[in-house]
Design a protein around this ligand. Sequence first.
Ligand code: ZN
Length: 509
Amino acid sequence: MKKLLSVLLTICLLLGVAAPAAYAADDKCDCGLNPIIYVAALGSASVYADYGTENERVLFRPDTNALISEAVSALAPAVGDLAKGDYDAFGDALIDFVYTAFGDLELDGNGDSKENVYAVYNVPEDGKHGIDESFYFNYDFRLDPYEHADRLNECIEQIKELTGHEQVQLRASSMGGVVTMAYLERYGTQDVETIIFQCCPIQGTAVAGDLFNGNLVIDKNALINYALDAIPNLENDFIQGILIVLVNALEELGVWELAISVVDEIIPLFKDKIFDEALIPIFGSMPGIWSFVPDEYYEGAKEFMIVDEDAQAGLVAKIDAYHYNVQNRATEILQEAYKTVKIYNVVGYNVQRTPLVPTYMNTSDGTVDTTYASVGAICADYHSAFSSDYTQAVNDGHNHISGDNAIDASTCALPESTWFIKDMLHSTTHDGHGEMYDWMFTSKEQQTVYSNPDYPQFMQNNVADQTFSEVKITTPVDEFKANPSLTTLAMLMQYLFEQFRIWFSTLLK
Ligand SMILES: [Zn+2]
């Protein structure tokens, strides 16, 4: 009897364990909210060398503090050279350091990683879901976005199974938008109810385009602004990550001021070395980084970065596939998807972008240019405005020009469904964003920039109180009165000069 009981108990236990999984497949969930998958940013998955062995090392994203002390000890012997004006020796030390720290990330001619170097991925474990319970999708930023799109598709299938929902909702952040676009191109829209794109380089970033064409310049003032304002908040960006380390190391060595003062002399000397020994071999091998190169830079970038067409044929096939089938067709893919999927594109503007390239005046969120994230907005330069006689490029019966006369959204792929947040740093959110995203995920119908007075098309980011307010129509005169500073004074002068030019040109007619 006892034996029979224990057998029965065992069977019950086994059934108890097996039952939820068996039922879940056919059981529909009636919670009313399709599960949310967060398609995370670059750096969402750590890349390891020799994972799980005693030699395990985090290659990306390495611990910033550890890397700074490595940089300090690598650069310390060369500080004397810098002070003596021997920039060449200092440059060698700097590039050696970058190569030692990041060289193992380099991919082969097919865009594949060394066997002992890889990222560890999340897999969906249970069916827990809700507005505050999303699944985190991560990936190795170096690899082909289509490879991640295939995994995202598997992940969506598993989550549908685990949760008993027929569709999912996606929140794509930064590079997550690249993965999401590749997914839409390859797998279509039937599994997706909603997509929020947040600060995504859907049409690339000018930094990648310029750097991959060998266009490296450093504007001293922009570099100082950037080091002070943007860098501390942009640690998760690849290039910024390296910059933080170098800026901090130079500061610790007491030579940051010196390095800044000689930057104009150093750059021409370093440039070839930086490209030949660090940028081309490391970054140039990564399809993931290639996905950031905008169309107008793309063929030039291939000429500049692809050093051996035969050995790199596999890489070129991968980057061409993404570029021509996804990035180049972004408008078409989004407009087609918009017929059945709720799509919300949220982008930032008015932040100083990486000051390494000629396009450092593009308005941006600090990383991604507003025009590329918004898929087509016409944007005035950083801290500038359109001339006061500017008229909207496409007249669709709505106003799509920002109150500060800096953005024209009428040319976007989805002008009714693209939001611009002034002073929003790349993928840096607060509770205000959270509430807005909840509204987007829980709305059964597509909402637009006209649906909700709390969320107009152009919003000022108020970080301190975690809110947004409408970007009001102001002139540089109002801006200067409200906030007298050198920047607003410069804008005021520019504005007055522009007014004068318009007035003067009417006199000449
Ligand atoms: Zn549910």
